[in-house]
Ligand binder design. Structure first.
Ligand SMILES: [Zn+2]
Length: 414
């Protein structure tokens, strides 16, 4: 059994829209009250009731509150319980050291509520439209952009700058089929988002860069407007709309490309890039300011733009469904190694785009050369191949190897 998410844009009526706001408001309030209770009153609660203040205790209190206040009873109880469950999980994550202390939910940021799968129902209206039945809300229309599979476990209704969305989590029965497709190596870069060892080059749509420029321009406008002014609010909204559009375009591209790759290849080899490290602050600290801050900030922006992290996640599950595998390898020297003769030489990388081996004269696009190396790295034989070539170099004294290459040093000794 595996879980899959399906997300759709909802088209609520005006009445449903205000119900959505009411539901998310009450759930947020319950979350924040329960957080306050846990933070300030857990000791007193334990003394009086001789019981721990956990999810079950708070859910019991919720039932009592519902009998007392109509506006709490007006909202579906499951949604309120789910908010308490979220809080319980947040505390568990905190106590195990996985995350910080839970913080209150905010209006405009955390506008969300969740139903369980058994409470909702889905009906198809025609080829394009479907509707979901939500307790106390009724049938809500949505565009059927993806066909849903499996058994619905839960559904979250969430507001973002593009309106209300429903995210379904479905449980899918899954038996991975045997996969006999060939392997491929993929190099991830900034000029070309993806370069396959077959020589194909795939880049994120140009429109992302255009929208990015637009967003930076609007961000500057925000900075010029007075705090709290109507115009500032309007410009801020424009920024988040643009961000949502960029994310949507990128995600769409990632899904299409990942599906194409997963259909054609059985094993995909990627470099183990610690993207987090690469995008870490370029500024440095006050005492140790970073070098080339401006250029590095630009590179970081381009790296984030490519969305490699998200792509890897999507590709991993698309491969898994087809019985394929995703393999990460050590990225060291993949761009400096000649894919033809195996020589490692940093001088062979003539420019950003061109690789020209100083040893055998092999010329190729630098990213294509790297992608072939990445594919070969996966097989143990390549490591010995490289090793043999390297030791040949050492033996014949033709030191085409990078002097700081630790691999060459180790091989030279043996
Ligand atoms: Zn070569």
């Amino acid at each position: 059994m595996i879980n899959r998410g399906f997300r759709y844009k909802l088209i609520p009526t005006q009445e449903q829209n205000s119900l959505f706001l009411q539901f998310s408001g009450v759930c947020r309030l319950i979350y924040n009250l329960a957080l306050e209770q846990r933070r300030d009153h857990w000791r007193a609660y334990q003394r009086i009731h001789e019981k721990k203040l956990n999810y079950f205790a708070q859910a019991r209190e919720l039932t009592a509150l519902r009998a007392e206040f109509d506006w709490i009873a007006a909202v579906c109880q499951t949604c309120e319980q789910q908010a308490l469950r979220d809080l319980d999980k947040a505390f568990k994550n905190f106590f195990s050291g996985r995350s910080g202390y839970p913080s209150p939910r905010k209006k405009g940021v955390n506008d969300t509520f969740r139903f369980l799968g058994r409470e909702v129902e889905i009906k198809k209206m025609n080829g394009k439209w479907s509707a979901v039945w939500l307790p106390k809300i009724g049938w809500v229309k949505f565009r059927n952009t993806r066909s849903m599979r499996g058994k619905i476990k839960n559904v979250s209704v969430t507001l973002d700058s593009n309106g209300w969305h429903a995210s379904f989590v479905c449980e899918i029965e899954h038996v991975a089929p045997a996969n006999i497709c060939p392997s491929v190596g993929i190099d991830r870069g900034v000029a070309n988002t993806l370069t396959l060892s077959t020589g194909e080059m795939l880049s994120i749509p140009r429109s992302i860069y255009i929208l990015e420029r637009k967003r930076r321009r609007v961000q500057k406008i925000v900075a010029r407007k007075k705090r709290g002014s109507q115009r500032r609010i309007k410009a801020t909204r424009r920024v988040s709309q643009l961000s949502a559009r960029i994310t949507r375009i990128r995600r769409d591209w990632q899904h299409k490309v990942a599906l194409n790759i997963a259909k054609r290849f059985g094993a995909v080899v990627l470099e183990d890039l610690n993207i987090k490290n690469m995008t870490a602050s370029a500024k440095g600290t006050l005492t140790a300011p970073g070098r080339n801050v401006r250029q590095k900030a630009g590179l970081n922006r381009s790296i984030r733009n490519q969305g490699w992290g998200g792509f890897e996640t999507i590709l991993a599950y698309k491969l898994e469904e087809r019985g394929g595998t995703l393999i990460s390898i050590d990225p060291a020297y993949t761009s400096q190694t000649c894919s033809e003769c195996g020589t490692v030489d940093s001088m062979s990388r003539e420019s950003q785009a061109l690789f020209s081996c100083r040893h055998c004269g092999f010329r190729a696009h630098a990213d294509h050369n790297a992608a072939i190396n990445i594919l070969r790295r996966n097989t143990a034989s390549m490591r010995t191949e490289e090793g043999r070539w390297l030791s040949d170099e050492v033996r014949t004294g033709r030191m085409a190897i990078h002097p700081e290459n630790p691999l060459a040093g180790a091989l030279g000794r043996c």
